[in-house]
Design a protein. Structure first.
Length: 140
């Protein structure tokens, strides 16, 4: 990747949205380590007693993977793959929104899941534009 394209990436909204989303996933994994029960409340799907805490840990492991993988794609300038990842990741906040809505969750929690979906759409569009500006060998 040439220097001009590298500079362009740092100035891209998509680059910074992807960085924030990756850090968010890593932060989610860390938050679960400090308390699965508290994290389940934050997500809008509180656990009843201690039951289900292991599923929240399973979620955290997946969040760690997603955050790490997104970070790797960002560092290696794989913006096309990162753009596709942002698009496909929409299933998570939309699914979370639906589950919280079905459980009678708060408007604030529903809004947060909706905002995450909106950020993913913005990242998808911006990263796609950035990927189109890359030389062909860096697009794969």
């Amino acid at each position: 990747m040439n220097k001009q394209t590298k500079t362009l990436a740092w100035r891209s909204v998509g680059f910074w949205l992807a960085a924030a989303l990756a850090l968010s996933q890593l932060g989610n994994a860390l938050r679960v380590a400090f308390g699965a029960q508290a994290y389940s409340v934050y997500m809008g799907l509180p656990l009843s007693g201690g039951e289900g805490a292991s599923w929240v840990v399973v979620y955290a492991l997946r969040a760690f993977f997603l955050g790490s993988f997104a970070g790797y794609l960002l560092i290696t300038s794989r913006y096309r793959v990162l753009s596709t990842m942002a698009l496909l990741a929409l299933v998570m906040p939309l699914g979370d929104f639906y589950l919280v809505w079905q459980a009678g969750g708060s408007a604030g929690t529903l809004a947060r899941h909706g905002l995450i979906a909106a950020v993913l759409v913005a990242a998808w569009i911006s990263l796609d534009r950035l990927a189109r500006r890359q030389p062909d060998e860096a697009r794969a």
